[in-house]
Design a protein around this ligand. Structure first.
Ligand code: SF4
Length: 501
């Protein structure tokens, strides 16, 4: 696979490949060849977990068909094809050796990507927004910090994929620049930008098309009724307008859906999938099950285990049988997880293991001020504890049950047979265990860097935002709710685990 990539996209045959792959038939043939090469490469790694291998192959096949569909639909003229090809080969040509160096130095692969929220500001005020975003907030990162994070991600980890979340990324301005300046400044990184879609204009879309190294995922909640109910009246109409603008400009786009108790019934039908993926030209869909964090968090919006299982079956049917790239962040963890995982940095600079795990191990601005880097966060006690837990949970503890759907992620994953209290109990115990060690490690780091003992109070793992806290009280309330309301009780099931992240 590496040889194929080097030969065709990076090496001497690049001009020929650019010409040849402009046409649909040879392009499809090459993509399918690449897919089977990737599929073969997975086998030795995961030979003890055959279900995971199957899932990965299925999701890669769906991705390959999505790329085929996207390129066919975009009807690129020669000029745009050339630009896209050059950008894509730029992204592919970088990073591999840096990642290998990182792995030999640290004994583990670097994170595959970063999710960054440059701003909490948003023009909408959606029910249960995970980021508690609103027009009035002022919390944003500076352009220089965001730019440095993306640069370090490449230079230290060889990672060339950055996910931008929010707030609304198209509202972010800093130092006279915006998110598309960042994209243009990193032509060898591919950006996935989550947006509410309401601010996308022809002018903005032309800049996106010009950059070429991005895709936009626009949030919908189902059809018009569900979308407007959560996001505000008239938002769905604006979103359809944004789709039209992006289609005309030739910008690849997809959708993003938060699944709640209120929209699950619609999402279990074929209607939204046909509408967005076939009629509107969305190439992919990312699903996120509602989690009780952010604005006015509530257990009431969370899926029941039965709904979660039904969603699991629906999504995997769409991936396997229709080859749609529609991963659900929780239900498709076996397929979408990367070896080195990922991390999240919010609008204040707080570094967390996951968007939905609101426990910070430190602030990137402090790291930079004290001569540190992104990599320091990876070796904080909390991150280490999570990695050890994952290793134990997936590969050691449950290896004998290979083939069962498994839970990959401490912060997100839980088996249907596990109660939420068990799940968050695991999370909170790791936060507590890591807190003391984190404080000691932080103090040591600062004193080493400054050559003297730190004036600063050692930082432990901390909740960065009282609006986004899964505290012991919430956990306690979860338990009370289970007892009071058997319908939310997670019952043992033959399908032991719809969640695989
Ligand atoms: S869910 Fe997205 S669009 Fe809605 S308020 Fe939050 S950040 Fe803004």
């Amino acid at each position: 696979m590496d040889t194929l990539r080097r030969t065709l996209l990076i090496g001497n045959l690049k001009p020929l490949a650019k010409y040849f792959l402009y046409y649909s038939a040879p392009r499809c043939a090459l993509l399918r060849l690449a897919t089977s090469a990737i599929a073969r490469a997975f086998r030795p790694h995961d030979r003890n977990l055959p279900q995971i291998v199957r899932d990965k192959i299925d999701i890669i096949t769906a991705l390959e068909r999505t790329i085929e569909r996207g390129l066919d639909r975009m009807h690129l003229d020669r000029r745009r094809w050339t630009r896209l090809f050059d950008k894509f080969s730029d992204v592919l040509s970088e990073g591999r050796s840096t990642a290998q160096e990182f792995e030999s130095k640290h004994g583990m692969p670097p994170p595959g990507f970063i999710t960054l929220s440059p701003t909490q500001v948003c023009n909408l005020h959606c029910v249960g927004c995970y980021a508690a975003s609103a027009p009035g907030t002022k919390r944003s990162l500076s352009y220089s910090i965001v730019d440095r994070i993306v640069r370090e991600q490449k230079e230290l980890w060889g990672s060339h994929f950055t996910v931008i979340s929010g707030g609304e990324p198209f509202m972010w301005r800093s130092e006279g620049r915006d998110i598309l300046d960042l994209v243009a400044n990193h032509p060898d990184t591919f950006f996935l930008i989550f947006s509410n879609g309401t601010l996308i204009t022809e002018k903005l879309a032309a800049r996106m098309a010009d950059a070429g190294n991005l895709t936009v995922a626009i949030s919908v909640e189902g059809m018009e009724a569900e979308t407007d109910a959560r996001r505000g009246k008239g938002v769905h109409r604006k979103i359809l307008g944004a789709f039209a603008i992006l289609r005309d400009a030739g910008v690849p786009f997809g959708i993003s859906i938060t699944t709640t108790k209120l929209n699950i019934d619609t999402l279990l039908t074929d209607e939204p999938w046909n509408f967005y993926l076939e009629q509107q030209g969305a190439l992919y869909a990312w699903g996120f099950q509602y989690m009780p964090i952010g604005r006015a968090y509530t257990l009431e919006l969370m899926l029941t285990p039965q709904q979660r299982l039904a969603l699991f079956e629906k999504v995997w049917h769409l991936i396997r049988d229709k080859h749609y790239f529609v991963p659900d962040f929780w239900n498709c963890g076996t397929a979408t997880g990367t070896r080195g995982g990922y991390l999240y940095i919010n609008w204040d600079g707080e570094i967390m293991p996951c968007v939905f795990n609101p426990y910070s191990v430190g602030n990137i601005k402090d790291y930079y001020t004290n001569g540190g880097s992104l990599t320091d966060a990876l070796f904080t006690p909390y991150f280490v504890a999570i990695r050890n837990w994952q290793q134990h949970y997936i590969y050691d503890h449950r290896l004998d049950r290979a083939g069962d759907p498994e839970s990959f992620c401490q912060s997100r994953g839980s088996r249907a047979a596990d109660t939420i209290s068990f799940h968050y109990g695991e999370l909170i115990s790791r936060v507590v265990e890591s807190h003391v060690a984190q404080g000691q490690a932080h103090a040591k780091l600062l004193s080493q860097r400054r050559g003297s003992s730190s004036r600063h109070r050692p930082a432990g793992v901390r909740n960065f935002n009282t609006d986004q806290i899964l505290s012991a009280e919430v956990l306690h309330q979860c338990d009370l709710t289970f007892k009071a309301n058997p319908s939310v009780l997670v019952s043992p099931s033959e399908h032991t685990a719809p969640c695989r992240n």
